[in-house]
Design a binder for this molecule. Structure first.
Ligand code: CAA
Length: 284
């Protein structure tokens, strides 16, 4: 039975996942190596709760109780110890994730489930670092985590049914709809999302239409809430490039990143986080 969750990494996804864990009733520990990042995460989580209360999505009492269940940690060992589920949400770098899981595997109980929020790295390959391969799984959340309804549960070669069921229950308690996807390059969501995103970037590079009009094509013609270029700005052009390079190596040249994407990343135009991508993003 899962009572305590540790979330590793307090970036956009980690803080959103910690918010969901605490609100769903789990004792939630948010770990980051950088204490300043933890402070920023705490303020951002408080602000999500405030807005949730204002919008009538969360009651004042639930928000207060959830915040009391949320703890911050800048040491990995105490954060991992005692958690029945550990969700890793550090940057999309295999070595970084690998090192973390190797450490966490030593610190936590034998029964603890290890989950990665990776959007593309092979779950079986990550699981190979640890002893508990049957208790290793992908839990892929979407940005913004407190709004998006999906959790993509990714099963590795050795993931047990008991692990899938335990994680599915957590996803549902967080108010999400889980889909179960076999470990394969890009899973279901990144493969589909990147395919549309790369084609939109190619069209932008070829001057088929402006960024605004390419986005409107999907927003108004297909009812996507946000066009693929604006979404790439939010996700980060560097993140999209990394996933596309990986998918091209795994699935072939149809995922080859367009030259314009490489050039924009090289120029530091990474999207909202740097103030410019396909759009300009003035500081909030
Ligand atoms: N707490 C609870 N609910 C909240 C909330 C809060 N603090 N803030 C907002 N909400 C709710 C709102 O009430 C609203 O709910 P209803 O529809 O029931 O009214 C909903 O969340 C949307 O909120 P807003 O109306 O404020 O936002 P919006 O309409 O401007 O939409 C958006 C914002 C949801 C981000 C929308 O633009 C969107 O869907 N964009 C696309 C996002 C997307 O595709 N994300 C996936 C990225 S890919 C990824 O993450 C995977 C990866 O691996 C890279």
């Amino acid at each position: 039975m899962i009572r305590q969750i540790a979330v590793i990494g307090s970036g956009t996804m980690g803080r959103g996942i910690a918010y969901l864990g605490a609100l769903a009733g789990y004792d939630t520990v948010l770990y980051d190596v950088d204490p300043a990042a933890l402070d920023a995460a705490k303020s951002s989580i408080e602000s999500i709760f405030r807005k949730g209360v204002e919008k009538g999505k969360v009651t004042e009492t639930d928000a207060t109780l959830a915040l009391a269940r949320l703890h911050l940690a800048s040491d990995l060992e105490p954060a991992a110890r005692g958690a029945e589920l550990i969700i890793e949400a550090v940057p999309e770098n295999f070595e970084l994730k690998n090192d973390l899981f190797a450490q966490v595997d030593l610190y936590c109980d034998e029964e603890t489930i290890l989950a990665s929020n990776t959007s593309s790295i092979s779950i079986s390959k990550l699981a190979a670092t640890v002893e508990r391969r049957d208790r290793f799984i992908g839990m892929h959340f979407f940005n913004p985590p407190h709004v998006m309804k999906l959790i993509e549960i990714v099963t590795g070669e050795r993931t047990s049914d008991a692990t899938v069921n335990a994680v599915r229950e957590v996803a549902e308690k967080m108010g999400k709809t889980p889909i179960i996807v076999r470990d394969s390059p890009g899973f279901a969501t990144s493969r589909l999302g990147v395919a549309i995103g790369l084609e939109a970037i190619r069209m932008y590079g070829e001057g088929v239409a402006s960024a605004e009009d390419i986005d409107r094509a999907m927003e108004l013609g297909y009812n996507h809430p946000m066009g693929p270029l604006r979404l790439t700005d939010l996700v980060g052009l560097d993140v999209r490039l990394g996933i596309a390079e990986y998918l091209a190596s795994a699935l072939g040249p149809r995922f080859e990143p367009p030259q314009v994407l490489r050039e924009m990343v090289a120029a530091g135009k990474l999207g909202r986080k740097t103030g410019e991508g396909f759009y300009r993003w003035p500081a909030e």
